[in-house]
Design a protein around this ligand. Sequence first.
Ligand code: ASP
Length: 337
Amino acid sequence: MTHPRSAHRSLPLLLLGLLALGGLAACAATPEPASLPESPRAVLVVHGGAGTLDRTAMTPELEQAYRDALEGALRAGHAVLSEGGRAMDAVEAALLPLEDSPLFNAGHGAVLTADRICELDASVMDGATGLAGAVAGVRTVRHPIRAARAVMEHSEHVLLAGQGADAFAAAQGLEQVENAWFQTERRREQLEQALADDKFGTVGCVALDAEGHLAAGTTTGGMTAKRFGRVGDSPIIGAGTWAEDGVCGVSATGWGEFFIRGAVASTVAARMKFGGAPLAEAAHATIHGDLTSRGGTGGIVALDADGRVAAPFNTPGMYRGWITAEGEVTVRIWTDR
Ligand code: ASP
């Protein structure tokens, strides 16, 4: 995601329509209608980031590529669930291809810091056990989502950062790459053009398995031109990711500092658990109420224990999709389609 302050500097470039995805400026927020949308049912929901997705700069080919990538992720997660696999495995299966896709701001294709390197953040949470794992600022592990899961399953910790996190991932046998592997020409150009891209494209997933367990995961390169060492909401349990059996799973995308300060992901669950709100209401109040009133921009995807989907966002667009137990896929980018 673009830091809005930087986005303002890149306005002329945006107007030139050079970029397919516009900066995520707070002033560009377009709240969804006050009435709650119907909650579709699904077993898995993904997002590919939220922001000002400029329709005029989106070619039909690029739009199709995004839709195909989201559908591919949904089908990869669904394949795990339909064989009776665990929600956590489905989340990982859905996020791996998105980390490898240059379209999204995660893994290969992640945005660059102001120092022209990629520093990646990721987290997972397992609603069945309440366990969570995360990595922040990793530079060499090819799949940060796997590293986050390894922290959850093979360490006593929740969050490992920087060199220590990469070293832990290497010791776990996870594939290491040069930092250049994450960097694409498109991201380098975006950084050079304005030291602020328009990249959202963080990816996240929530899954509900046949046993009723929920799991969630989020993985990102963070915000373009971020300060070296900056950690966003994506690896912060309760801010960017939450999963709690019997309640809901949430994965967030947007201007991370606001999501951390608002504990956005766990607030959705708290509204349901302590306030008795249904998912759609809890998600709507958290994004269109709390987040918007604080000046934050972004959105979430969420699933409740009955497989109801909520995907509110206060930006013009958010890449998102869900898949039913029967394999029926829905993919949306803007509010209307
Ligand atoms: N939330 C991410 C961060 O602040 C960025 C994004 O979702 O695009 O690091």
